[in-house]
Design a protein around this ligand. Structure first.
Ligand code: FES
Length: 165
């Protein structure tokens, strides 16, 4: 079936099997390979992207559910010559080791700040306040859906903390 998505600001039509995940549409139909497939079942966050401004795991969501939606992937943030502030903070703070989880980490951090800036409640935990202080502990909680198997967490947290300033 055919669906239309707005991906990183551009309208894209794709003809897909209805069982195709949003992650596979990005990677295999649109050649946007920045979003990574780690576990393929919602455990690692490597596939994190924004749908209408909210973070989701692309591996858990069928693309047909998103006909007409606006998708933002890591390719929509910046490019090597013009990094977004979050991307630049990850570079400055060594917020990665092998880099496989990095696109998901950055998209999740962007989603986290966007949720706050738009006044949306966190969908991570009811215990988080509506007025985040972005302490290290709070960033860890809000980023808890993104795993780094290299354990580059200190640099990741530092990059995200710096971006809040
Ligand atoms: Fe989607 Fe791991 S690949 S959460």
């Amino acid at each position: 079936m055919q669906i239309t998505l707005t991906v990183n600001g551009a309208a894209r039509e794709v003809d897909i099997d209805p069982r195709t995940t949003l992650l596979d549409v990005m990677r295999h139909h649109l050649d946007l390979t920045g979003s990574k497939k780690g576990c393929d079942h919602g455990q690692c966050g490597a596939c994190t992207m924004l749908v209408n401004g909210r973070r989701i795991n692309g591996c858990l969501s069928l693309a047909v559910m998103h006909d007409g939606d606006e998708i933002t992937t890591i390719e929509g943030l910046g490019d090597p010559g013009n990094l977004s502030p979050l991307q630049a903070a990850f570079v400055r703070n060594d917020g990665y080791q092998c880099g496989y989880c990095t696109p998901g980490q950055i998209m999740s951090a962007k989603g986290m700040y966007d949720e706050f800036n738009k006044g949306w409640p966190s969908h991570v935990s009811d215990d988080l306040t509506a007025e985040p202080n972005f302490s290290t502990a709070e960033i860890k909680e809000r980023m808890s859906g993104n795993l780094c198997r290299c354990s580059a967490y200190p640099g990741i947290c530092k990059a995200i903390e710096e971006s809040a300033e």
